[in-house]
Unconditional design. Structure first.
Length: 386
């Protein structure tokens, strides 16, 4: 069977599905047969679009020799149309959102995670990009933890067995996640990827991640979607929502942990954090149940830097790796924080949440987050496992 007999790097499938489904399509690229897997949520009038493997490397697919779809539940799936096209490849692999204040880099070659954040008002000499991007694990990005039980085969990281861990940028071996799709609309970029499994090398996960990045004056808003389609049963785990890495120079960690949020009470500060796995208790910061002021910031000695606000976060984990005060975004040393929320991933059920990023003096970071404190409540966290 030959559905398509031309070259292309993007395809579209229209379908009707009574149940979610996982499919495979087969094409030729560089003289070899390639199999790509994809996921179709149940829909009466569904459209699935994707770039082919090798899109960002300028490669073209030829033909579509086989298409197989397996429903994951009761009901069938009917493909009503398949179309293909050739799209321009983004130069450099990074797309920048920019206004008069902020410049934000979406790393398309690493699953659409954030690799660049510049505040044009920043007066810190020699500092432009506040984010670390030394490897695919060092971005602002989605990351989740799932099963370690068969049929899943555990990976390995830092000498330890590693559970199912979809990471937006790629895996521990530097293999890149697959860019599935992206669109630019005004001040926003939407991106979708199929992430790698962090503890393995060259292994895709059965999942998709989506981000919508929107720059509004001096604030970056990020809306996230994650859907697992493995069909596996996952245990409850503390999920990074999101993982967040800065340059080593921004080495003072601030957060609020009282029961009178948004009333300008004193902040907590940690100036001597180390590599977090070496001392978990000292690097986990549980938040008061009455605390809705759930933001954190990494700043320099003059209290200037970058902050992250995630409504609904239950605790923070943070620390400094090989601290040397470097301003180099590609250096090994980095600072890390992840707001955490405990949930168990449910196959075919999307996880959704939103967060804000802003920068500048610590007092301004706090003021902006206070002004925007009701932008989202992330009630989906609480409702997800109900």
């Amino acid at each position: 069977m030959n559905y398509v007999a031309e070259k292309y790097n993007r395809f579209r499938i229209r379908y009707r599905g009574e149940a979610p489904a996982v499919g495979s399509f087969y094409f030729t690229c560089d003289g070899e047969t390639v199999r790509e897997q994809f996921y179709l949520p149940a829909s009466e009038d569904g459209v699935f679009e994707s770039y082919t493997e090798g899109f960002l490397d300028g490669k073209l697919a030829f033909g579509l020799f086989d298409l197989r779809i397996q429903p994951r539940g009761d009901g069938g799936v009917t493909v009503t149309d398949i179309t293909v096209s050739v799209e321009d490849v983004p130069a450099g692999g990074t797309y920048f959102l920019e206004n008069d204040i902020l410049k934000v880099g979406v790393e398309l070659v690493w699953g659409g995670g954030l690799s660049y954040y510049e505040d044009k008002r920043c007066k810190i000499k020699g500092l432009k990009n506040m984010l670390n991007h030394a490897d695919p694990g060092r971005l602002i990005q989605q990351s989740y933890y799932g099963t370690g039980d068969p049929p899943f085969v555990k990976g390995e990281f830092m000498g330890h067995p590693w559970v199912y861990n979809p990471v937006q940028g790629g895996d521990r071996g530097g293999c890149k996640s697959k860019l599935v799709d992206f669109r630019v609309t005004g001040d926003s970029v939407w991106v979708k990827c199929r992430p790698r499994d962090w503890g393995k090398v060259g292994s895709y996960t059965y999942s998709y991640m989506e981000n919508t990045y929107t720059v509004d004056h001096d604030i970056l808003r990020v809306d996230n979607v994650f859907v697992d389609w493995s069909g596996w049963v996952h245990p409850r785990a503390t999920q990074e929502v999101p993982a967040f890495y800065t340059v080593s120079y921004l080495d003072n960690f601030y957060f609020y942990n009282g029961n009178k949020p948004w009333q300008d009470e004193p902040l907590q500060v940690r100036r001597d954090l180390i590599f977090w796995p070496e001392d978990w208790p000292r690097h986990r910061f549980f938040l008061d149940k009455e605390n809705t002021e759930t933001w954190a910031a990494w700043v320099d000695a003059d209290d200037c830097g970058i902050g992250l606000y995630v409504p609904g976060a239950q605790l923070f984990i943070g620390g400094r790796f090989s601290h040397d005060g470097s301003k180099d975004p590609a250096a090994g040393p980095t600072n890390y924080v992840a707001p955490l929320y405990s949930l168990s991933i449910i196959s075919y059920k999307p996880v959704t949440y939103s967060y804000l990023v802003t920068s500048g003096p610590l007092s301004e970071i706090r003021r902006r987050f206070k002004e925007e404190k009701d932008f989202a409540d992330n009630a989906s966290f609480r409702a997800y496992n109900e």
